[in-house]
Design a protein around this ligand. Structure first.
Ligand code: UD2
Ligand code: MN
Length: 589
């Protein structure tokens, strides 16, 4: 009997041990090539799928071996100083094959050392602003990843180690969202244990998505500040001090660096414009805008000060840990990818905090044209459900506006249980969306009650004013103003807003624009970035149905001359049908 129990105990211990050794790493599955399509936050149609070759260009699929092997093989000078990586012609086919895996040039990345050099991208003045950095709170740097490449992941880590003051980094936390690569298991554990900064890997066994992965990291973080990064970034000199300095002065400020571009093909580091801020369009897609002329002037003397941004891109930011949890962390019912950046932006602003960009802080990020991973549950159940939650919780009656033009979000909106998020909103006494629009983004283009919203139809031709990029004519949102067949359904693509000041605009912050000075003969009318200048102001006469330019008093007309094919023109008012415009209200409230 004793022998039997001893045997049982041994078996139990052995099984426990075995289970443990199996459980250290997430499950390893390779899925089928499942492709999905969606419109990304830059408005581009994106195919999500798995290592699919391009049959048109005869690029074969990436092989299992390519996907699961770490091919990091650095050459000391590749990518040096932020320069592009050169690939030899004999390697081009393999390069394209490897590109499928992460949807960036993996071969180029694998040629670059983990600590490639980069110039100091800051303005001179930035170098002298943070002398007291030792008094700032320490940060945990949290990097979440799913199937990231070895070289990009560890280059991110090394850029943190090499370019941050040691006094300010408490630890680096890598959160593995159920990656399926052998080299991200034991080899990564072993590598991490050799790093000079305390670095830990937190593993999720199930695919939980980047939102819950970040939450997991935040819960384990020891630092007073949390700094989140995507797993394919490169921090540049002096990136951290400006972020932590803002939080030292105001613990309710969520601070983002300037996000520079690491070219997805050449891995060249491209500095981006410092004074960009974030907002969003009618489809709740994140958009960058440029600081307006007035604000620019204000900043002429000092372009190093942090400035407010209505929304953030989402991946790169620092936040006080206590504030992160006080203000509601993340919505735990958001899955996989997308929408969390707007959710956090609306929440922080409406509930008393700020989103800011610190122009002295530069971090590079690989922007990809498509997504390398699957969306478990499908895009409709993930991305659009996330966006539906954003709208339901934070946009009040404005959510109707979003749902009216976004069928996919409309279809999943009734399934959402948002009770706990509404309780949070209540508890924090958050302001409403209208307040946010009026105060945080006064130049927004949403159809408030004081303005016209709908279609603008030409009476003579029975055609509608369109955005230049409608119907895939080009990806340029700007160009000559045109009219085209009015669509049967009410589609956001052909909707315009006319403000009380006379700006006729649409959601990419583009406005109907014509030269101010009166010229002889007709002049072209364009759709251009809204400038706030009088050349974009119009007046509509309901009686005559004429739409005329506020300063030169000419009428908007349809061109019939060859040199102005298709385009709209400004010409002397003559009462003809082609100068008559019908403003068709589209109700949405
Ligand atoms: C942007 C953000 C990203 C996130 C996303 C919207 C920047 C530069 N990037 O898109 O941080 O806010 O918009 O949700 O602002 N990941 C997981 N599990 C997943 C999917 C992704 O861990 O299921 C990781 C991924 O490995 C990466 C990070 O999450 O490190 C962001 O994903 P991305 O790079 O595909 O997102 P991106 O840059 O297109
Ligand atoms: Mn990214």
């Amino acid at each position: 009997l004793i022998l039997f129990f001893v045997l049982l105990a041994i078996v139990a211990i052995w099984r426990k041990h075995d289970k443990k050794s199996m459980d250290i790493y997430p499950k390893h599955i390779f899925r089928e090539n499942n492709q999905e399509e969606y419109i990304d936050k830059h408005g581009i149609k994106v195919v999500v799928g798995h290592y699919v070759g391009n049959p048109v260009n005869k690029i074969p699929n990436a092989t299992y071996d390519m996907i699961n092997t770490n091919r990091f093989n650095p050459m000391p000078n590749a990518g040096k100083n932020g320069n592009p990586v050169v690939i030899e012609p004999k390697d081009l086919l393999e390069m394209q094959q490897l590109f499928q895996i992460n949807r960036f040039n993996l071969m180029a990345s694998d040629k670059m050392p983990l600590n490639r050099s980069l110039p100091d991208y800051r303005r001179k003045k930035c170098q002298f602003l943070f002398g007291d950095y030792k008094s700032y709170s320490k940060t945990s740097v949290i990097i979440v990843f799913h199937n990231e490449a070895w070289s990009t992941l560890l280059r991110t880590v090394w850029s943190v180690i090499n370019r941050s003051p040691v006094e300010l980094v408490e630890e680096i936390l890598l959160v593995d969202d159920a990656s399926e690569r052998d080299f991200l298991r034991k080899p990564l554990d072993d590598y991490i244990s050799t790093l000079p900064v305390p670095t830990k890997i937190i593993r999720s066994f199930e695919r939980i998505g980047l939102i819950k992965a970040r939450l997991k990291g935040a819960l384990e973080a020891k630092g007073e500040i949390l700094t989140f990064l995507d797993a394919h970034c490169e921090c540049t000199k002096g990136w951290l001090e400006p972020l932590l300095s803002v939080i030292k002065n105001d613990s309710t400020s969520v601070v983002c660096p300037v996000i520079d571009i690491i070219n997805d093909d050449s891995f060249a580091y491209v500095k981006s414009f410092e004074l960009h801020w974030g907002a969003f369009n009618w489809n709740l897609q994140f958009r960058w805008y440029t600081l307006g002329g007035k604000e620019m002037k204000l900043r002429k003397n000092d372009a190093t000060q942090p400035f407010n941004s209505p929304t953030m891109a989402g991946g790169l930011f620092a936040i006080n840990k206590k504030y992160f949890f006080d203000v509601g962390a993340y919505d735990e019912n958001m899955n996989v990818w997308g929408g969390e950046n707007l959710e956090m932006s609306f929440r922080v602003w409406q509930c008393g905090g700020k989103i800011q960009i610190a122009p002295c802080s530069h971090v590079g990020h690989i922007f990809r044209k498509s997504s390398p991973y699957s969306f478990p549950g499908g895009i409709d159940k993930t991305l659009f459900a996330n966006l539906a939650r954003v709208a339901l919780v934070w946009m009040d009656e404005w959510s109707n506006f979003y749902f009216k033009f976004n069928e996919k979000a409309r279809q999943v909106k009734d399934e959402q249980n948002i009770t706990s998020r509404l309780q949070l909103k209540n508890k924090l006494k958050c302001k409403n969306f209208e307040w946010y629009l009026d105060n945080i983004w006064p130049s927004h283009f949403f159809p408030k009650k004081d303005r016209f919203f709908g279609r603008i139809r030409n009476k003579g031709q029975d055609l509608c004013l369109i955005k230049p990029d409608k119907r895939g004519l080009s990806n340029q949102p700007m160009g000559i103003a045109k009219i085209d067949t009015c669509l049967k359904d009410e589609v956001a693509l052909e909707m315009f807003v006319m403000t009380p000041e006379g700006f006729i605009m649409t959601d990419d912050s583009i406005c109907l624009d014509a030269p101010e000075r009166v010229v002889i003969g007709p002049s072209k009318v364009r759709i251009m970035a809204c400038s706030g200048y009088s050349r974009q102001q119009w007046k509509y006469d309901k009686k005559t149905q004429e739409l005329f330019h506020l300063t030169n008093h000419k009428c908007l007309d349809v061109s019939n001359s060859k040199s102005f094919t298709e385009g709209l023109i400004l010409t002397d008012c003559n009462g003809s049908e082609s100068q008559k415009w019908i403003f068709e209200d589209v109700p949405w409230r």
